[in-house]
Structure formats: structure tokens, C-alpha cells
Design a protein around this ligand. Structure first.
Ligand code: SF4
Ligand code: MG
Length: 327
């Protein structure tokens, strides 16, 4: 059985731009088989970079990503290939991630043939089955991406990812560009596929409403660091980190939850020169002296609930009243 534990410690993401952007910094994220982990954060916080690293389409320059408990960079050729295929990514904009000059049958069917998952002879029926599975009419398999609607194109992207029989799928804002009604359909498809195929998801989103709906666990990222992670129920019942609390305060009502929130006072600092100490200190209502100097470590504050804030430190004299009272 696949043990999809991923642990990243201090990753530095090298961008294609001239400067090296520390897109992903201190991360400690475990993803268990069959889990949906919702990864939330404002744009530019590094969640896409982390997703790409986990999906194996962007190398990390430091740290380790464990696959079945082994450092992914130290795997043999065979396992490297297996690890690559077992992690797939579904992007926000299916139009730009699908080759406009290829027919759907080739978009979906090329990789499984190339990797020997199906023979060339079986390709047609294999693609037809996949199209049915994601709710597309197989009769359209000779068509091109532009002949489909946005929601249908996202289904094509999902079928393409499924074609190589992945166990882990990174969804990067995969429903963000779709109308609300279509969003719900695609989310239901993700959940059906998880149930039927035993998939594991990292679901990256800026939309806490969507994440709350589907996640078993939630992780919050701020300027390249995971600042809090907990089982979903615990997370929404007892949010701990001041950034999380501020994010949740900003969650719009169900009726207009598509509003893209720009939470919390102040600009998001540049990831090129993040603030010293706790990256959140310039925007944090609870910041005190130590926050400017020292980066808080992720600590377990309840079973499976980790948070990186000095207020959780037993020695802290600046503890939030409700935390002090509870202990
Ligand atoms: Fe706020 Fe300090 Fe906690 Fe950072 S460590 S979240 S600045 S109280
Ligand atoms: Mg992004």
C-alpha cells in the first residue's frame, strides 16, 4: 500500500527569474493516503510552488520530499518513474494547460501509451472509458480543446491526469476559473474519483469555503511557510494562528463566497525580502518584541494540530488570554 507521506524541510524554490525567490521556506507537511489536504494562502505565498514540487514538475533545491518514506531524489530509475507518474497536477486554466493543436484522444491517450500503461491498440477504448468516467461524451474524442466549454476542458485535464493511474493529485486552483455551478460539479467529480479510485489530493485554493467543503485536513501557508495545519473539524473549531484567525474572519458568507478576499490590513510583503522573525509580524495584531527577531517553530498544540506562533509558547508573557486561561 502506498504510504504517501510527504515531508519537506526548508525548501528553497529557484524561480526562472534572475533572482532566486525563496518561494517555499519552512514546510513540514504530511499527506496520508486517501486524504484531502486543503492548502490555503494568499496569492504569492508559495502554495503553487509547493504543489509543483510535490507533483514532481519542479525540483526543490534543498530539503526532502519523501515518497513511500524514501527521499524522492535518491530513488532508483524505476521508482523515480513510478513516483513521477503517481503524482499528477491539475491546473487552474485548462485552456493553457491543454495543447490546442492536439485532439482530445491524444491529449488523454499519449502518456499512458508512452509509459506502456496501455498498448496503442487499446488507446481508443482506454480514452473512451476515461472520458466517460469524467463525464465527457466519448463521441467527442476527435475534437480539439477549443471546441469544449471551460468545465468540459477541466474534465479533459482531469482525464489526462487520471490516464497514468496516479495515486496523488495536486489540484492548483482547479475550480477557481469556473462558474459557481460548474465549480460544484467539478468538486463532486473530484470526490467521486477519490471514492472510486482511492485518490489522495492536495487541494490548493485561496477559497476557504471550497476547502472547508472537501478537506480532511487544512494547511495554511504564509510567505513560504506552513503556519498552521490541523484536521478540518479541529481547524475550523479551534483556529490557533493569528493569520488563520484573520483569514477565517474574512470568509464571506456562502452567498458570495466567490469573492476573492484580500484579508487583513497591510500589504503582503514581498517574498523576495520577507520580514524578519515571524513573517506575519507587520500585519499581526498580537505581535510583540520577540516576533520581530525570532521565527516561531511549528509545534503540536493538540493531536494533529500544529501551529507556528510564539503565543503558544508556555514561557510567553504575551499569551493570548483565551490560551492562557485554557492551560
Ligand atoms: Fe503574531 Fe508573533 Fe504569533 Fe507571529 S509569532 S503570529 S507576530 S503573535
Ligand atoms: Mg498560484
Amino acid at each position: 500500500e502506498l504510504d504517501y507521506a510527504e515531508r519537506l524541510v526548508r525548501l528553497l524554490g529557484a524561480d526562472l527569474k534572475p533572482q532566486v525567490v525563496h518561494a517555499v521556506d519552512i514546510i513540514n507537511l504530511k499527506i496520508m493516503p486517501g486524504e484531502v489536504v486543503g492548502l490555503v494562502g494568499e496569492s504569492g505565498c508559495g502554495k503553487s510552488t509547493l504543489g509543483r514540487m510535490l507533483a514532481g514538475i519542479m525540483p526543490q533545491s534543498e530539503g526532502e520530499i519523501l515518497w513511500n518514506g524514501q527521499d524522492r531524489r535518491k530513488l532508483g530509475q524505476r521508482d523515480t518513474r513510478a513516483a513521477k507518474l503517481s503524482a499528477q497536477m491539475i491546473f487552474q486554466d485548462p485552456m493553457s494547460s491543454l495543447n490546442p493543436r492536439k485532439r482530445v484522444i491524444d491529449i488523454i491517450g499519449e502518456a499512458p501509451v508512452a509509459h506502456g500503461i496501455v498498448s496503442r491498440r487499446e488507446k481508443d477504448s482506454y480514452v473512451a472509458d476515461l472520458m466517460e468516467r469524467v463525464g465527457l461524451d466519448p463521441a467527442y474524442r476527435e475534437r480539439y480543446p477549443h471546441q469544449f466549454s471551460g468545465g468540459q476542458r477541466q474534465r479533459i485535464g482531469i482525464a489526462r491526469a487520471l490516464a497514468v493511474k496516479p495515486q496523488f493529485i495536486v489540484c492548483d486552483e482547479s475550480v477557481a476559473a469556473l462558474d459557481v455551478s460548474i465549480q460544484a460539479q467539478i468538486i463532486n467529480l473530484f470526490m467521486d474519483l477519490k471514492r472510486d479510485l482511492g485518490l489522495t489530493y492536495l487541494f490548493i485554493s485561496h477559497d476557504i469555503g471550497v476547502v472547508k467543503h472537501i478537506s480532511d485536513r487544512v494547511a495554511i501557508m504564509y510567505l513560504g511557510r506552513i503556519v498552521e495545519s490541523a484536521p478540518a473539524e479541529e481547524f475550523f473549531a479551534r483556529p490557533n494562528h493569528p493569520y488563520t484567525v484573520a483569514l477565517l474572519d474574512e470568509v464571506p458568507s456562502i452567498a458570495n463566497r466567490r469573492r476573492i478576499f484580500s484579508p487583513i490590513k497591510g500589504e503582503i510583503p514581498s517574498p523576495l525580502s520577507p520580514p524578519s522573525g515571524c513573517h506575519f509580524h507587520p500585519r499581526c495584531p498580537h505581535a510583540f518584541e520577540r516576533c520581530r527577531k525570532e521565527a516561531p517553530k511549528l509545534r503540536e498544540i493538540a493531536p494533529g494540530h500544529i501551529s507556528a506562533c510564539h503565543l503558544n509558547d508556555a514561557q510567553s508573557t504575551n499569551r493570548r488570554p483565551e490560551i492562557a486561561a485554557a492551560s
